[in-house]
Design a protein around this ligand. Structure first.
Ligand code: 5GP
Length: 223
């Protein structure tokens, strides 16, 4: 698991204001959902997982409100047309989107959020809030491994798996839209790499407006 090496939540966290949007994208089956969930479960990382809305049918293992909010096409269209979606995309023949109000509220609280979204949503968010985004693209070690993982999951029909494999090539062509590229060969190694990226991004100067005051206070401190 992620080593608790850096105690970010001591004095350091007080110097930043707005939360970060951490996007993890990958072709279906590259391990992104598992990685996102493990990062979210790690209390040291202190991340909020963005729960998307989707018109896709719920898989047997999925829970409403935990993995997704499962909505009808009519409800999706209503949300989209009333500008309640901060980003949306059609992926593998279904619609997926992120609700605007939830994201704004959480970021304003200074809380970092984890997004498991595709390249289309990533591009939309990068245009809207470039300063807030850290984007990570996960690749499978081989196409064979990707195929095996999709079959192992055994929750989708052969037809769905075929579509996802075909779409993985389109998805991978967008790797240049991302800040970080990771080949997911070993889950623990990938988890550590992503945790390191997030921690480093939190320390970036432009994300830490509180530093100015902190330095002023240091200067004025009586020795
Ligand atoms: P799945 O059906 O396997 O849960 O997800 C299919 C794809 O949709 C994945 O690549 C996932 O990252 C993407 N996705 C999930 N939620 C969203 C979202 O809110 N917006 C966008 N643009 N893509 C999403």
């Amino acid at each position: 698991m992620i080593p608790p090496t850096i105690s970010y939540f001591s004095v350091n966290s007080q110097l930043k204001q707005r939360g970060l949007i951490i996007i993890i994208s990958s072709p279906s089956g590259a391990g992104k959902s598992t990685l996102s969930r493990l990062l979210w479960e790690d209390e040291n990382m202190n991340l909020v997982l963005s729960v998307s809305v989707t018109t896709r049918k719920r898989r047997a293992s999925e829970v409403e409100g935990v993995h997704y909010h499962f909505i009808s096409m009519k409800e999706f269209e209503r949300l989209r047309d009333s500008d309640e979606l901060i980003e949306w995309a059609e992926v593998h023949g279904n619609y997926y989107a992120t609700l605007r109000t939830v994201v704004e509220k959480i970021l304003e609280q200074g809380q970092d959020m984890l997004f498991d979204i595709d390249y289309q949503g990533t591009i939309q968010l990068q245009k809207k809030m470039p300063q807030d985004i850290v984007s990570i693209f996960i690749l499978p070690p081989s196409m064979k491994e990707l195929k095996d993982r999709l079959h192992r999951r055994a929750e989708d029909s052969k037809e769905v798996i075929r579509t996802r494999l075909e779409n993985s090539r389109v998805e991978m062509q967008h790797w240049e839209n991302y800040d970080y590229i990771l080949i997911n060969k070993d889950m623990d190694e990938s988890l550590n790499a992503i945790a390191s990226i997030i921690i480093a991004e939190r320390f970036k100067r432009h994300r830490r407006p509180g530093v100015k005051k902190f330095i002023n206070d240091l200067m004025n401190e009586k020795s």
